[in-house]
Design a protein around this ligand. Structure first.
Ligand SMILES: Nc1nc2c(c(=O)[nH]1)N[C@H]1C(S)=C(S)[C@@H](COP(=O)(O)O)O[C@H]1N2
Ligand SMILES: [Mo]
Length: 351
């Protein structure tokens, strides 16, 4: 069950980062992605003790000799080997990712995505190969239902073992889920992020210094260039402040699992598009001043552009946006993954 929940929420997250048109209505409730990604990372963490316990309870089977008795048996064992290897890799790279640590040469997102399919493929293959055995088992089961013996090695009773696994799973969930759930914040001991910890009481994923934009962001002559096929217009911070200001409570929901809601205040992006003379139904390409990085350029589909809650934010929690939160101006949109909430804006192209 934790694998299935993790898989489905993972598909959602993967899709939403580059959304097909049928996903574009998914902007309400505004915390939809905060919820699904919190569940994704938490169910992934819960899968660690569950998977290890499962492996421990079946390992005598894995070490049986001879390793391959027939072709079918060989396929069965290969499917199990693939399942174990891909699950362990998936879960541990995922966990390390929540700590913002990427010590591998491959791209995380694509690998994480495709490994998930390998896991399901190996599982289906395993079930398919085992189907004859499963059928025989259910056919020959005596009426009245005598319980089959379970293989739990060592001196553990079945009850103590399941109790221990349940307790371990509960403990890791309880001490990490607070990174995305305000109700569990108090118990958050081991998650890499803590609610309220950061400038203006919001965590920071990548600081201005890390992104090497400190000077650019503080330049006195900063302005935002908004362009389209028919022309362009620049907006200074004073220009933006002179436009109607809106305030909304919206979450930053990082793909790495932490999230937090805050009060954002600024200009509606659709007003900005209109002020620059752009089409109301256009997509946008938004570029940051950050010289390089995965999140420098972001595409915003028109469904988000037209959303009245999508802001070019100038203030956070009642104060001028901190430089680490994207000063002079940043994007904040409802229901979008954190990676798309671009900071330190430079240009908005109306496509
Ligand atoms: N230009 C730029 N924008 C960015 C990022 C970045 O590295 N560069 N990080 C993104 C990520 S991964 C997240 S989760 C949010 C975090 O916003 P915060 O630091 O204000 O909490 O900003 C997003 N915007
Ligand atoms: Mo993020």
């Amino acid at each position: 069950m934790s694998f299935t929940v993790c898989f489905l929420t993972g598909l959602f997250s993967h899709g939403l980062q580059d959304p097909p048109s049928w996903m574009l209505f998914l902007t309400r409730p505004v915390w939809i992605y905060q919820f699904t990604q919190g569940v994704h990372v938490t169910s992934g963490i819960a899968s660690i003790p569950l998977l290890l316990a499962k492996l421990w309870s079946v390992y005598p089977e894995l070490l049986k000799w001879p390793p391959v008795k027939s072709v079918l048996h060989g396929v069965e064992r290969a499917s199990i080997a693939l399942f174990i290897a891909s699950s362990l890799l998936e879960i541990f790279t995922g966990l390390i990712n929540t700590y913002k640590w990427y010590p591998w040469p491959f791209p995380f997102r694509e690998t994480h995505y495709w490994l998930a399919w390998v896991i399901w493929g190996s599982l289906l293959l395993h079930i398919a190969v085992k189907l004859p055995a499963i059928r025989t088992h259910w056919r020959s089961r005596p009426a009245g239902g005598e319980k089959p013996a379970t293989t739990v090695p060592g001196r553990w009773s079945r009850r103590a073992f399941l109790g221990g696994v349940g307790a371990a799973t509960g403990a890791v969930v309880l001490t990490t889920a607070g990174q995305s759930s305000p109700w569990l914040d108090w118990f958050n001991l081991f998650a890499p992020r803590k609610m309220g910890a950061g400038p203006q009481s919001v965590p920071v994923n990548r600081s201005a210094a890390e992104a090497k934009v400190t000077e650019l962001a503080q330049a006195a002559d900063w302005s935002l260039l908004v362009s389209h096929a028919g022309g362009q217009r620049t907006f200074t911070r004073a220009d933006l402040q002179a436009m109607p200001q809106y305030e909304h409570e919206l979450p930053i929901a990082c793909v790495e699992g932490w999230s937090q809601s805050a009060q954002w205040r600024g200009v509606r992006i659709k007003d900005l598009v209109a002020a620059a003379g752009g089409r109301a139904d256009a997509d946008l390409r938004v570029t940051s001043m950050e010289p390089e990085g995965h999140y420098r350029v972001m595409t915003m589909q028109s469904a988000y552009v037209q959303d009245e809650m999508t802001l070019v934010a100038l203030e956070l929690n009642g104060q001028v946006l901190d430089i680490d939160h994207g000063y002079p101006a940043r994007i904040i949109a409802p229901g979008r993954p954190g990676v798309l909430q671009t900071k330190w804006l430079k240009t908005v192209e109306i496509l």
